[in-house]
Design a protein around this ligand. Structure first.
Ligand SMILES: [Zn+2]
Ligand SMILES: [Zn+2]
Ligand SMILES: [Zn+2]
Length: 214
């Protein structure tokens, strides 16, 4: 059950990556609009991106709730995916089936809260802050945890203060977090928007700040 559940979380995270990239953003075609197999969801998602950049990461569709067509679109899409996946996984693994339901619910909780409470988002899911606010919005595809962005090389960090403590995106003890980050990033390194010298300066600054607090 637990193994299946964890495998299910990994599958759901991979799905977040693929669905966000290929369904919500669509595939770029020179001289033509982007292609998505679900054009309505793509339209809804790009409207979300425009709103978020205008409103310093807030999106009023979550204030309005199900009255807003984009909120309904997101909830319906998640319900369909969770429904199909949980039924399909059930004969193979009840843990995976449960993970599909949990992941869909968690996705909605995290994404909604992020755009209602931008400060929470910066602290808790900085990868999604980068997704919206970086000049290149075609990166940082994962929303709940950044796992597949590390695997696929699409975690693009804009600044040191928006770098998660570890690639699992989990609140872990500092020492464990550091060891884990080194181990994972030796195979799947995060990419950085800024130039190296700037980055080192920012990190030094960060450490000095931490020391002065301690
Ligand atoms: Zn997006
Ligand atoms: Zn393009
Ligand atoms: Zn968003």
């Amino acid at each position: 059950m637990l193994k299946g559940f964890i495998a299910g979380l990994a599958v759901a995270n991979a799905f977040e990556w693929f669905a966000h990239k290929y369904i919500l953003h669509g595939v770029h075609r020179p001289g033509q609009p982007r292609y998505s197999p679900v054009p309505k969801s793509m339209e809804s998602h790009w409207a979300h991106h425009r709103e978020v950049r205008k409103q310093e990461f807030s999106d009023d569709c979550y204030v309005e709730g199900v009255e807003h067509w984009r909120t309904r679109n997101e909830i319906m899409s998640l319900a369909v995916v969770a429904g199909v996946a949980s039924v399909a996984f059930y004969p193979i693994s009840k843990g995976m089936s449960l993970a599909a339901l949990y992941s869909a619910g968690n996705y909605y909780y995290v994404h909604r809260r992020a755009h209602l409470e931008p400060d929470w988002a910066r602290r808790t899911i900085p990868w999604h802050y980068d997704h919206h606010m970086n000049s290149n919005q075609d990166a940082n595809w994962c929303v709940t945890r950044p796992w597949f962005d590390y695997v696929m090389g699409t975690r693009v960090v804009s600044s040191a203060d928006l770098k998660e403590a570890n690639p699992l995106g989990l609140p872990l003890p500092t020492a464990l977090s550091k060891v884990l980050t080194q181990a994972i990033e030796s195979v799947f390194p995060a990419k950085w928007v800024e130039q190296k010298p700037k980055l080192v300066a920012a990190q030094v600054e960060d450490e000095q700040q931490q020391e002065s607090v301690a």
